[in-house]
Design a protein around this ligand. Structure first.
Ligand SMILES: Cc1cc2nc3c(=O)[nH]c(=O)nc-3n(C[C@H](O)[C@H](O)[C@H](O)COP(=O)(O)O)c2cc1C
Length: 285
C-alpha cells in the first residue's frame, strides 16, 4: 500500500492534536495558517446532523460503536477533508456512559468500523489510541486498514496527567509497519527529539492560546498571534459566545496585566464587551 500521506504534500510533520471544545474552525484555521502540517477536528459523531466547517481541510475524527451512519457521513464530507481518524482514546464520562472512545474494546466491531471507513475513502485513515490492554490488537487491525496509528501513551485512568509512557509508544513504533503519530506533552522545545523517534507528532495543550507555536516550528515569520484574528474568524463562522470567551481567556493567559482584567472578561456578556477588554490589555502591553 503506497502511503496515502505522501499525496498530501505535507509542509511539516507537526500536527494540531484533536481537542474537543478547543478545536473550533477559527482556532484550526489559525493553527493551519501558522504552519501546522495538519489539523484535527474534535471527535465527532457520524450521526451529528450539524454542518461541519472544514475550510482548514482537517483530518475529521469520528467516534462510534457501530457502522451506523459512517458511510453516509464520510461520503458527505470526504472531498472537504485531508483524511479521517477513528477515536479509541476518549476517557470522558460521556464516553463511559455511551461506551465509545477508550471504553470501546470490542475488537470485532473495531475491525468492522475501520473496514467500513477504509472502503469509504481513498484518503489517509488513522486510528488514535491510548495505552491499554488492546493497543497491540488494534495495531494489528490498523495495519490492515489504516495509513497511520496515533498513540497517546497514557492510560484511560491517567486522563491527561501523569507521565506519558514513552517506552510503550516506542514499542508500538517498533512493532508497527505503518507510520506512528506520537501525542503527549509535545511542545516547542522537545518536538525535534520526538520526530527522531516517530514519523509525526501532535501538539495539543501547548497550542491552546498559542497557535503561534506552529509558526515557530515551521519558521513562518509572517504569522502574528492576535486575538482579533481569532475573533474575526469566530464571527465569520458564527461561533457561540462561550466558545469565543474560552479562547479569549486562553489567549490572554500569561499576558502582563491579564489577571487584573480577568474578572471583567468573566463578567462579559457579549462579544463587543469582550473585544474591548482584550484590546485594552494588548494596548497596554
Ligand atoms: C481539552 C482536550 C480535549 C481533547 N479532545 C480530544 C478529542 O476530541 N479526540 C482525541 O483523540 N483526543 C482528544 N484529546 C487528547 C489530545 O488529542 C492529546 O492526545 C492529549 O491532550 C495529549 O497531548 P498534549 O500533551 O499535547 O495535550 C483532548 C485533550 C484535551 C486536553
Amino acid at each position: 500500500m503506497a502511503n496515502r500521506f505522501e499525496k498530501l504534500n505535507l509542509k511539516n510533520r507537526v500536527f494540531l492534536a484533536p481537542m474537543e471544545e478547543v478545536n473550533d474552525i477559527a482556532f484550526r484555521l489559525l493553527c493551519k495558517e501558522a504552519g501546522a502540517g495538519l489539523t484535527w477536528t474534535p471527535l465527532t459523531s457520524p450521526l451529528d446532523p450539524r454542518k461541519q466547517n472544514l475550510e482548514d481541510k482537517p483530518i475529521l475524527q469520528i467516534f462510534a460503536t457501530s457502522k451506523r451512519g459512517i458511510k453516509k457521513f464520510m461520503k458527505k464530507y470526504d472531498s472537504k477533508v485531508s483524511g479521517w481518524d477513528f477515536n479509541l482514546g476518549c476517557p470522558a464520562a460521556t464516553a463511559r456512559q455511551q461506551g465509545y472512545g477508550s471504553y470501546f474494546k470490542n475488537i470485532k466491531l473495531i475491525e468492522e468500523i475501520l473496514k467500513e471507513m477504509r472502503s469509504s475513502t481513498k484518503k489517509p485513515l488513522i486510528v488514535k489510541i491510548r495505552k491499554s490492554d488492546i493497543s497491540f490488537k488494534v495495531l494489528e487491525i490498523a495495519e490492515k486498514y489504516c495509513d497511520a496509528i496515533a498513540i497517546h501513551p497514557r492510560t484511560r485512568e491517567q486522563g491527561y496527567s501523569g507521565e506519558p509512557d514513552l517506552d510503550f509508544a516506542l514499542e508500538i513504533k517498533k512493532s508497527s509497519s505503518i507510520p506512528v503519530i506520537y501525542s503527549g506533552n509535545v511542545g516547542e522545545k522537545n518536538y525535534k527529539s520526538f520526530l527522531e523517534k516517530f514519523d509525526f507528532v501532535m501538539i495539543g495543550r501547548a497550542a491552546i492560546g498559542h497557535p503561534e507555536i506552529f509558526s515557530k516550528i515551521s519558521g513562518n515569520k509572517k504569522f502574528k498571534r492576535k486575538f482579533e484574528n481569532y475573533l474575526d474568524l469566530a464571527k465569520k463562522y458564527g461561533l457561540p459566545f462561550r466558545q469565543i470567551k474560552f479562547h479569549a481567556m486562553q489567549f490572554t493567559k500569561g499576558v502582563r496585566g491579564s489577571r487584573k482584567i480577568r474578572n471583567e472578561m468573566i463578567k462579559a456578556k457579549e462579544v463587543e464587551e469582550l473585544e474591548k477588554v482584550v484590546q485594552s490589555l494588548f494596548k497596554s502591553e
